[in-house]
Design a protein around this ligand. Sequence first.
Ligand code: FES
Length: 80
Amino acid sequence: MSKQPKSPQKLPYLVDVEKNKSYLWCSCGESQSQPYCDGTHRGSDFKPIRFKAETTRKTSLCGCKHTKNPPYCDGTHQDL
Ligand code: FES
């Protein structure tokens, strides 16, 4: 696995999150369960990002894996 994350897609994933539930966002891009971690990063320098939803809502999680505000899309995908 390289030092650069893989970009499963150059768009965010629009997902439903539930208040007070914790999620593990895939940072390496290799997970088969995007945008969430499935453990594929093991053995690499990547670690998933754990976040807790403050409200039940739809949110945009980064799919390009280059956001500067993980796990959320910050628009960086537009420059790739
Ligand atoms: S999908 Fe990565 S910044 Fe938008």
